[in-house]
Design a protein around this ligand. Structure first.
Ligand code: SF4
Length: 217
């Protein structure tokens, strides 16, 4: 269902508050190329960006293009990324994805969401991260655990499914805000609107937030 004018006005207010609170919000993963961002994003599942950045500092010296990841023996890659957790699945995803890039995409990361989500191990969230940050293309809103939680608390979405939350956010916010919106929400989720014990008293959205699902302490 399309957002009403009132819902969009509320969303614009949320956006202005977040912009004021987090003017410099940006991707906190370190990367120099679209491939490096792809690898870092896969590694960031269930892992902090700080840990990923520590691991990729060495990883990106050793591996340069998709061919390097496609050729390495799986156990060696697993060992190189072990400390990010879930390293077996992550190594498999990175290796298979890079094999496909090398075989079918001329060793380049594609710039369309349709092609990206076809790659092994790449879902819509990762595709949005890559397109938004490496290519500056607003293909959607990155909905991670922070963005989903904050959207529900603020009443921007009642959905649990990240894809459905994304649809709601895309209907509420103008396209030019999609990329930075998720950076600001992620920053807000880490610092203020934390999963447990959100700091509502110190929140720049306190006077407008309905705090849906937040238990008062
Ligand atoms: S008022 Fe509380 S629940 Fe609402 S956004 Fe701020 S921290 Fe989150």
């Amino acid at each position: 269902m399309a957002a009403t004018a009132e819902e969009r006005r509320y969303a614009a207010k949320v956006s202005r508050r977040l912009q004021r609170a987090y003017p410099e919000a940006a991707c906190s993963l370190d990367y120099r190329t679209p491939l490096e961002l792809l690898v870092a994003t896969v590694l960031s599942a269930q892992c902090t960006d700080e840990r990923v950045n520590l691991v990729t500092r060495e990883l990106f010296v050793k591996y340069h293009g998709p061919d390097d990841y496609a050729r390495v023996e799986l156990p060696e890659l697993e060992n190189d990324i072990r400390s990010t957790g879930f390293f077996r699945n992550k190594a498999k995803s990175i290796k298979e994805c890079c094999r496909t890039l090398a075989e079918s995409h001329g060793s380049r990361v594609p710039e369309s969401i349709e092609e990206l989500v076809e790659l092994p191990g790449i879902g819509r969230k990762t595709a949005n991260v890559i397109l938004g940050n490496a290519f500056g293309v607003a293909s959607g809103v990155v909905v991670d655990t922070h963005v989903g939680r904050i959207s529900r608390r603020l009443g921007l979405s009642a959905q649990k499914n990240p894809g459905k939350v994304e649809e709601d956010l895309m209907g509420l916010f103008p396209k030019k805000e999609w990329i930075v919106l998720s950076h600001r929400m992620i920053g807000h989720g880490r610092l203020v609107c934390t999963a447990r014990s959100p700091k509502c008293d110190d929140c720049p959205l306190a006077d407008i937030c309905p705090r849906i699902g937040v238990e008062s302490s």
